[in-house]
Design a protein around this ligand. Structure first.
Ligand code: SAH
Length: 364
């Protein structure tokens, strides 16, 4: 049994069942045994692969999107370039490389990375060479001012709570002990929960047994981004897998070495994520004063930004034996059977700005 399982079992024996959000937080970010604290999980050798690790075209197009958005914002100087959960720093490395084509933007930007893991901060430092970087544990300590923020596969790692519809209301699903006293299980609390307020009105009357996932940390982040965008010109781009409409469903998943596993198999050694509820996130950002655009599918977004033309350039330059790899990688990002439609892109902007690049209705 892992050290973290032992800690969690002891805590539940002492003080009773734990909320799923608290469990997820411990499993991912525990200062000694958390998943992200103890490893670099990305890439073919790790547990999962993200879009910037699939193809350099992803980060490059986002870098150009940032430069274009900066011009639409009226070229604020300085401008904060914030990335939430930068992983290995690959997206930012490719984005900065592409942004160098707009030298005024490259000079104006100040890099702020929100990253809780020391291991990944070290990887980011290495990837980003001599770029000046300020790291933060959360968005709260990033200075105020004009801002462009990026979050790729960050929201899906924020902790969720699960509520299950019972005969008389919604009950929280809690992490507790099985009858053997040694195994963790999810079990529905006996009494209805005050968290029922998280369930949107249109889903309140769902069939008994339905599960709704709420994400208080994402709502808080949306509100903070919204407040900043209402105070100073800016934009935020959130890319993740999830659903555009609010819906019921149990989407919590654990992944290890590219394979699904049980969420309690080995807390701290597997990635835990759940679908992003883009509608709720956008609503929370709007309530705080931001405008929202999309979500659009990753396929539409990247094609509107010109991923096919970028692929053609890369292919023209590549050695023959690299060509298939490049084409396969780009296909993986935009193919509906792969990341193309499950992944979605939402933009938040200050009020009064036109839709950013990639969010108009036109599909090339
Ligand atoms: N954006 C990267 C990595 C995604 S993995 C990519 O696309 O490859 C999630 C990232 O978010 C990791 O860097 C992880 O350490 C970080 N992270 C997860 N939860 C966090 C939190 N609550 N606060 C700060 N960083 C967090």
């Amino acid at each position: 049994m892992s050290a973290l399982s032992e800690l969690i079992l002891r805590r539940i024996r002492a003080v009773g069942p734990m909320s799923l959000a608290e469990f997820m937080h411990e499993a991912l970010l525990h200062p000694r045994f958390g998943y992200y604290t103890t490893r670099d999980p990305l890439g073919a050798q790790g547990d999962f692969v993200t879009a910037p690790e699939v193809s350099q075209a992803f980060g490059e197009l986002i870098g150009l999107w940032c430069a274009d958005t900066w011009m639409r914002l009226g070229r604020p100087d300085p401008v904060l370039l914030v990335e939430l959960g930068p992983g290995r720093g690959t997206l930012m490395q490719d984005a900065l490389g592409a942004a160098a084509r707009v030298p005024d933007f490259r000079r104006a930007l100040r890099l702020h990375l929100v990253e809780s893991s020391k291991t990944l901060r070290a990887a980011q430092r290495k990837r980003l060479g001599d770029a000046k970087i300020a790291w933060h544990d959360d968005l709260g300590s990033v200075p105020e001012g004009p801002m462009i923020a990026i979050a790729n596969e960050f929201l899906d790692a924020l902790p969720i709570v699960q509520l299950e519809r019972g005969a008389a209301g919604w009950h929280e699903r809690l992490v507790t002990l099985a009858a053997d006293g040694e195994t963790l299980v999810l079990a529905r609390a006996a009494a209805p929960s005050a968290l029922a307020a998280l369930v949107p009105p249109e889903l309140q009357r769902s069939a008994p047994g339905s599960i709704f996932e709420g994400r208080p940390a994402a709502a808080a982040l949306a509100a903070e981004l919204g407040r900043r965008l209402a105070t100073a010109p800016g934009a935020a781009l959130c890319i993740d897998y999830g659903h555009a409409q609010k819906a019921c469903g149990d989407t919590l998943q654990a992944v290890r070495r590219h394979r699904p596993c049980g969420i309690f198999d080995e807390p701290g050694a597997a990635d835990l994520t759940a679908h992003v509820d883009f509608a709720s996130f956008a609503e929370a950002a709007r309530a705080a004063g931001a405008h929202t655009h999309g979500p659009v599918t990753q396929r539409d977004f990247l094609r509107r930004l010109g991923i096919e033309a970028r692929m053609a350039q890369l292919l023209a330059r590549a050695a023959p034996e690299q060509r298939e790899t490049i084409a396969t990688a780009v296909r993986r990002l935009i193919d509906p059977a792969e990341m193309g439609t499950l992944f979605k892109v939402l933009a938040l902007t200050s009020a009064g700005l036109p839709a950013p690049d990639g969010f108009s209705e036109q599909v090339p």
